[in-house]
Design a binder for this molecule. Sequence first.
Ligand code: B12
Length: 172
Amino acid sequence: MEADIPYSSSPGVNNAIAKLATEYTNILLTGERAAAYTLITDALSNQVSIRDIYLNVFKPGLYEVGRMWQSGLITVAHEHFFTAATQFMMSEMYPQIHKNVKKNGGTAVAACVAGELHEVGLRMCADLLELAGWRTWYLGANMPAMSIIEITREKKAQLLILSMCLRSTARN
Ligand code: B12
């Protein structure tokens, strides 16, 4: 899978992290999932934080993929591949989130509203809250409103994170 346009680094971020973001994006756009995985595991070993990897590597990569898809430079298949690979890496990193973290925060429920399929940003919010000691009920994409209300009550959550990115889902 070859993409035409190489992605270059995002301004305002530490140079090493911006370089990592550029490399990660370019490598995954060429279909090299294993190489991208190695890049991320090496970065973690070199003390790059999960927060940095989420917000300054994965997120700009996904935004760039959205821009390229919208501009017709890549196909839906490239976008799905990139997103699935990134979700896989987040899953692999999840056990690290619980290393040395005391559950001393509150309880949060995190859900995408009905019709909303963009779940990666929400998942980042939930994982980062867990990193800060919260218990989270991450419910993912397309949640019916009544179920969100029910579980928020049932778990006596102090925080409800609703995610939506499309105007159309804001009505649900
Ligand atoms: C991957 C992707 C998809 C995947 C999602 C798969 C999945 N399992 O999540 C699929 C293929 C399903 C998809 C479908 C569509 N997509 Co899409 N998608 C994307 C893409 C490339 C990446 C999304 C992502 O993960 N971003 C990275 C995360 C980390 O960023 P984030 O979501 O902004 O989250 C951050 C913050 O916003 C914040 N945050 C998120 N939620 C919340 C909640 C609270 C309370 C707080 C405080 C913070 C917070 O925390 C995160 C970390 O900072 C984006 C491009 C982009 N710019 O995001 C397009 C994009 C969002 N999609 C777009 C479109 C148009 C669509 C479709 C309508 C396409 C179509 N014609 O079918 C459908 C709609 C599906 C639906 N009903 O939801 C447009 C949306 C434009 C708009 N806003 O109107 C975008 C921007 C692409 C583009 N450039 O045009 N998409």
